[in-house]
Design a protein around this ligand. Structure first.
Ligand code: NAI
Ligand code: MG
Length: 368
């Protein structure tokens, strides 16, 4: 059987720097665990624009459709800010998401004990936190028609439309229930069924999919505003949260900050199952290309490394290896190894991007 395949699109700014550490880890799995990936690399974002005049070449798009998963670094930077909207680096990422139809965005909020002091919340509220927000990514108010700025009488009116079809809700609900079965069998669905018809339909469809296909999973519903309050008050009451595109955008950013640095946050975007039964998938850190620190060896590679751990779990069914990698990260943090973004007020000497990668490799070695 062919080796599992990964397309690496490191992108711009710190993207290639953090991805270099992931490549070391991929090499470690090959050398030490006999798990060999067919890795190919290509361009996305500003670097693709520089070479091809487009942020995502058609050949790259075709490759992305063909592999088991895509691993992306980050795109963009000040150099490209003045480009026309149609060729901006972000358009490369948006095209990948759209053409791969990645409708389910998984954003974990996980608090490593060694970083619990970083949270703006009390340590006991966040220590041990491990939840995932599943955000619908390809529909809802960011895409619904009609949209635009129109003139009505003697004033302008801005219009966006929240629109969800039954099948769009059903497929992201299934994605959340599948995830829950791999975790703690618990889903909370959030909408505003009290004031939005699309929310009423959301609640009905999630409940129907649950009753028909996932009755073993514990399901609750919450209004999204109440959910936001509960996330700040006692986030550990949740396990998997499923919500729409707009609420998911806000809730996942808020939940992420419960746990500290942007340099720590991974994500997965999943689509429909492929012929091998695994979902189409793109994994990427939540952070951007960080032009302010690019090229200085300061970037924290952990967000990208944890994104690869998600790939091990969700694209390759290597859950135990994913846990091994997450525990290596946990150990390194517990040992006090810190990139600059993880330095607390007490100070200390930060390590470089590659030294952080090396420390994680050493912890992987120690796990054998
Ligand atoms: P950003 O996430 O790149 O940076 C925000 C702040 O966090 C900066 O101070 C940066 O140094 C720091 N930071 C980010 N990642 C870090 C890491 N791994 N280690 C240490 N510190 C880290 O967001 P910003 O500044 O708003 O955007 C910069 C560029 O990135 C823009 O061109 C933007 O369009 C692009 N961007 C790309 C994204 C993507 O590729 N998915 C997402 C967000 C922004
Ligand atoms: Mg956001």
């Amino acid at each position: 059987m062919a080796n599992p395949s990964i397309l690496i699109l490191a992108g711009d700014g710190i993207g290639p720097e953090v991805m270099a550490e992931v490549k070391k880890i991929i090499g470690w799995y090959d050398a030490k665990r006999g798990i060999t990936f067919d890795v190919s690399e290509d361009l996305v974002g500003g670097c693709a624009y520089d070479k091809h005049g487009t942020p995502l070449h058609d050949d790259t798009m075709a490759k992305a459709q063909d592999v088991d998963c895509v691993l992306l670094g980050a795109v963009g930077g000040p150099k490209y800010d003045s480009l026309d909207f149609s060729v901006k680096p972000e358009r490369g990422l948006l095209r990948l998401r759209k053409e791969m139809d990645l409708y389910s965005n998984l954003r974990p909020a996980q608090c490593f004990d060694a970083l619990a002091d970083f949270s703006s919340l009390k340590k006991e509220v966040v220590a041990g936190l491990d939840i995932v927000i599943v955000r619908e990514l390809t529909s809802g108010v960011y895409f619904g028609e009609p949209r635009g700025i129109f003139t009505e009488g003697n004033e302008r009116v801005g219009i966006n439309t929240q629109r969800y079809t039954e099948s769009e809700i059903a497929r992201v609900a299934r994605s959340a229930f599948e995830l829950a079965r791999r975790r703690n069998n618990k889903v909370c669905s959030m909408e505003k069924a009290n004031v939005m018809e699309s929310g009423i339909l959301w609640r009905q469809v999630v409940q129907e999919i649950h009753d028909k296909e996932y009755p073993d999973v514990e399901l609750s519903h919450m209004y999204a505003d109440a959910g936001a309050m509960q996330l700040c008050r006692w986030p550990k009451q949740f396990d998997v949260i499923v919500t729409d595109n707009l609420f998911g955008d806000l809730l996942s950013d808020a939940a992420a900050m419960l746990t500290g640095s942007l340099g720590m946050l991974p994500s997965a975007s999943l689509g429909a199952p492929m012929a091998n039964g695994r979902p189409k998938a793109l994994y990427e850190p939540v952070h951007g290309s960080a032009p302010d620190i690019a090229g200085q060896g300061k970037a924290n590679p952990i967000a990208c490394i944890l994104s690869f751990a998600m790939a091990l779990r969700y694209s390759f069914d290597l859950g135990e290896e994913a846990t091994r990698l997450e525990q290596a990260v946990e150990k390194v943090l517990a040992d006090g190894v810190r990139t600059a973004d993880l330095m607390g007020p007490e100070g200390g000497v930060p390590v470089s991007t590659s030294a952080m990668g090396d420390a994680i490799i050493a912890a992987l070695d120690a796990s054998l």
